[in-house]
Design a protein around this ligand. Sequence first.
Ligand code: SF4
Length: 305
Amino acid sequence: MTAESVIDTQGDQTATRTPVTVRASLSPSRAADFKTCPLLYRFRSIDRLPERPTIEQARGTLVHAVLERLFDLPAPTRTPESAGDLVAPQWDRLVTEEPELAELFAGDDAAGVEGFLRSAAALLEGYFAVEDPRRLEPAEREALISAVVDDELLIRGYLDRLDVAPDGALRVVDYKTGGAPREAFEARALFQLKFYALVLWRTRGVVPRVLRLLYLKDAEVCDYAPDAEELVRFERTVVALWRAIEQATARQDFRPRPSRLCDWCSHQSRCPSFGGTPPPFPVAAAAPDPLVDARSRPATPGADE
Ligand code: SF4
């Protein structure tokens, strides 16, 4: 496969370079998994063990969906009331698309779902406390962006929102909806945003001016301004990370790295750090499909959100 056939159309087409052979792909979520805990990466990306959605994850997915749809409305009507009106219809749509979400409330009465929808609406109040969407016209929402680095590694992921100022300045915005302690996840969140910044820089030739995390639960904004030198270093980090993943795959050696994030891990029962035993290493992992690792959402429990 060549870069011409995989580089995302949302970037500047003139940025497409000499055709290269893509050997592998990496999303920010999976890269962050490996950084956090190599065994967690293995469970998710190689064993592909299922993870039941949690209520917190479902709430994050719902709030992201509402915020995406909100910008379909004419600017003057993007009010808290309009956002609230989107909550139930968006939940119905998500449940239709992913029926397992309904199982989260199996056995509950209607009050369980209603309370869940109210909690999503409360997060939207946090959003309106930090932004006025009537004054914004995002350039991209839920956009898949990708670029090839090191001539053979495709990096790609979905960003929540991209704002482009009249002078061409880029602002990458990521909504954080989780209730997990922020300090445990902020490094992971910034890693994700730098990943997007690198893709945008490589495809559009512009270093984003701002990487913005919007913490909806706390109604707080965290801005970070990257520079080109930092993104060069970050690119080296991503490539080194991928080489480490390849090496671990060849050796079938993915070690657990216990941390506070274990509290949000679905795989403790299989993890040696918790007395468990991983399943046999999948034979197919020796020849993985290089382009399977792309989607960065749904978020991992408590980690990406
Ligand atoms: S429980 Fe902790 S150490 Fe074990 S796989 Fe999960 S994140 Fe890694």
